[in-house]
Design a protein around this ligand. Sequence first.
Ligand code: TRP
Ligand code: ZN
Length: 881
Amino acid sequence: MSTRKHSTIYRKDYQVPDFLINELHLDFILSDKDCVVHAKTVFQKNPDSQVTSGDLFLHGQGLELLNIAVDGVELSSDNYQLTNDGVILPGMSDTFILDLSTRIYPDKNTELEGLYRSSGNFCTQCEAEGFRKITYYLDRPDVMARFTTRIEASKTSCPVLLSNGNLVEEGDLEEGRHFVIWEDPFPKPSYLFALVAGDLVSLNDSFETMSGREIDLKIFVEKRNRNKCGHAMTSLKKSMQWDEEKFGLEYDLDMYMIVAVDDFNMGAMENKGLNVFNSKYVLASKETATDQDYLGIEGVIGHEYFHNWTGNRVTCRDWFQLSLKEGLTVFRDQEFSSDMNSRAIQRIEDVRVLRNFQFREDAGPMAHPVRPDSFVEINNFYTVTIYNKGAEVIRMMHTLLGAENFRKGMDLYFKRHDGQAVTCDDFVSAIADASGVDLEQFKLWHSQSGTPELQIEEHWNSNSGEYRLEIAQTCPSTPGQLQENKKAFHIPLCFGLLDSAGKDMNPGKDVLHFRSERESYSFENLPEKPVLSLLRGFSAPVKIMPWQDREQLAFLMANDSDPFNRWDAAFRLSEAVILEITKSLQNGESPTLDPLFVAAVKRILTDQRSDKSLLGMALILPEENYLAQQMTVIDPDNLHEGRKFVRQELCRVLHGEFRQIWEENCDQGEYKLTPESMGKRRLKNVCLSYLLAGNAPDQTDVELALRQYYDGQNMTDIIAVLAAISNCEIPERLELLEHFYEKWKDDVLVMDKWLTLQATSSLPGTLASVQELMKHPAFSITNPNKVRSLIGAFGSNHVCFHRDNGEGYCFLAEQILALDSRNPQIASRLTTPFSTWKRYDGARQVLMKKQLQRIADKKGLSGDVSEMVRRSLHVCFFPNS
Ligand code: TRP
Ligand code: ZN
C-alpha cells in the first residue's frame, strides 16, 4: 500500500511540470501470461518550471521494472530510486531520451484500470491515473505528447490490434504472431491513451465531414453482438452532424473507432480516436433494449464524441478542473439529445437526476464545489456535482448570454486554447470576453458548494396594480464552507406571470438576474393578480422553499406555457401531498387523499391536447430517495407507506381512467423510437403501474398485464410489466421472473435488468432474494454492471435497505469490504447510501455508523473507500440535523 494514496492533494499546490514530453514510442508485447511494455520517451526541460535540480519524478504503480536507460546508457539501481508510487531520476539534463521496460499482468488486473482483460480481450482504461499502471510516466493531463504505439500479439487470440490515431504499418511475425503500428498526430495527455487487442468483429460505416473528408467509422464487438450495433452507429453519425451544425466542430482523424466491452467501471471513455464503451451503451435491439436504453446509448455516444473537442483538443490542466470537460460535455450531450428527441422530456429527466442525486450529494458529507479544492482519490470525484451540476453551470452561462453569444464564446475558447491544458477560469474568461458579459460574480458557482435555497414572498396591491416579488437566497454550510462566509450567487431566474385565463402577461421580459442576498422586483399596471411561474426550464440548480398553494400549483399544471414548469407543478403538488400523508401516518391518523390532487391527476388523464410523454411524466410521483431528503428526520417506512397509499388511492378512485388510457395506447404497431411512440409507451406503462399499485391488484388487471407481457414485442413493454408486478405479492410474480430468466439467461445485459428488478422490489423478502442471487449464475462479483445491478440497486432500495433491524446495512458493508481490494472504484461507489446516515432516526444512525466504522477499521482499506467512509464519519455539516 502506498502512502500517497491516503494523502490529500490541494488545488492551490498546483505547479507546472518540470519536464515536458514531445513524443513517446510504446511497444506492447502481449502474451497469455503477461505483457512487456517498452517505452521510449523524449524529455525536455520545461522552460516555465522554476525548479533547477533536474530531478525527474515519474508516476508508476504495480510495475515490474525490467530495464531503464538514459540516452542509450543503462542505469544501475543506484542511479535511480524506486518509491511506492513511482521512480525518481536525479540530476537529468535539459533534453534526454528515456528507455524503459516494464512487465505487467493484465490477467491479474481486477481493478479494471490500466491494461486488463475483459471476456479474454485486452483493453485499457487510463482516466484518470491508470496510465501509470502501464509504464512510468508523467501521468498528468498537462503533459501532452505525440504517441506512437506498436502492438504485437498472437494472430489467433488477437486478430484485432487497435490504438489511437492512424494505422501506419502492420505485418506478420514468427510463431503465428503479428504486429501493428498506430500513430496519433495529436499531442495528448496519457489519460487519453488506449489499446485494444482481441477477437472482435466490426460494423463499418462512414461519414463525410463538412469540409468533405471521408471518415471511417468502426464499432468493434464480440461476434455474437454484431447485429446490435446499428443504433450506436446511427447515433454516432448524428453526433458528428450535430457538432458541425451547432458548434462548427469537425472530426479531425481519418478513423473513429468504438469498442464495446462487458467489464467496465464507468459508462464509456473518450480515448482519442478509440473510444472504449461499457457494452450497455452500445448494444441494442428492440427485443433486448428499452426506450431508456436507446436514449442512453444515443446520449453516451454523443458525449464521448463531443469530448473530442471539449476534453481532447482542449483538455484539463489538472484534475481539479475535471468539470471543464465533463460539465461542458454533459451540457453538449443534453442539448444534442434535446434536439434529437423531446426537449421538454430531456429537461425533466435531467432535472430528476439533479434533484434525486446531486442535491443529495450537495447536502451531505461528499458535497464539493464544481471545481474542488482538494481530494484524496480523484476517482471519487467523478460525481453528479462535477458532471451534472457542472452542466447546469454551463447552461446558466448559456441563459445569461443567449445562444448566439454563447456560440461566440465557444469559438473563442477553441481559438485560444486548442492544443492546451486549461482551467475552468480560462473557459469563463473566453465566454466573458467574447460576449462582453460580466461573469465575475457568476464564478462563485465554481468555488462554492451546496445548493442555494430561495425564499419567495409575493405582494399584490390591487389598487395600484403593482405586483412585487421579494426573493432571498441562502446557501447552507457544506464541508469546509460555512454558511455565513458564502457570498450571494448570480442566479438567472426565468419566469412568467400568468393571468387568470392562463396567458403570459409579461412577454419579452423573462429573466431576472438575482445577484444579492435579497432583492425585490416590481411589476406595475397589471390588470389582475398574476400567478407566478418561476424558474422556468429549471434555469438554475436551486431549491425554492414551497410558497405556492395547491390551487396555484394545479393552475400551473393546467396552464403554464412552459412545459417543464407544467410538469414541475405536478411534481411539487405530489410532493406536498405525499409528505402530508406521511405525516398523518406518523401521527397514527388514517389519511385521506386531497380531492384537489385527485382532480388534478384526473385532468392529466383526460387531457386530450398535451403531448403524451409529458402526461406520462406528470403521473410519475417523486421518488422515495428524493422525498426522503425533504424530511427533517427521514422515516423510510412511513414515507414508503405514504407514497404507496397515494398510488393505491389514485388507482381506486381513477381506475376507469387508468384502464382506458392503457387501452387507448396499447396497440403500437411497428416499434419506433420517435418521441410520439416513446411517449405513448410511457403513458401506457405508467397507467399499468398504477393498475398494479396494490399488493393484491384486481385479477382483471393482472390478466391485462400478463397479456402485455406475453404478447409484448419490445423490451420496454415487457419490462414495464415485470417492474410493476415485482412489488405485488401474487403467484404471477414468480412465474414471470422465471419465464423471463429462461428466455434471456444468455444475454448479460438483459440479465442486469432482471437482477435490478428483484433488488429494488419493496417486498419484505427482498434482502433474502438478493443474497440468493449473489450465488446465482446470472451474477458475477467481477463484473461492475452486475455489482451495480444487484448490490448497487439494493442500496438504492429506500425501504428494504433501511429495514430497522439493520440487516440491509450489514449486507452492504460486507459487500463493500469484499470488493474493496478487488475493485476499489466500484466498492467506493457502493458507499453512497451510507453517506446520509445522520439524516435518519437515532436507532438507524447507530446501525449505519457501526457499519461505516466497521469498514473504516479494515486494515489496508483502499484510499477510495477510506476517503468516503472517513468523510461520512467525520464531516459534521448536515443541514437538517
Ligand atoms: N471520461 C469518461 C466520461 O465521462 C469517464 C470515465 C470513463 C472514467 N471511465 C472512467 C472516469 C474510469 C474514471 C475512471 O465519459
Ligand atoms: Zn465525459
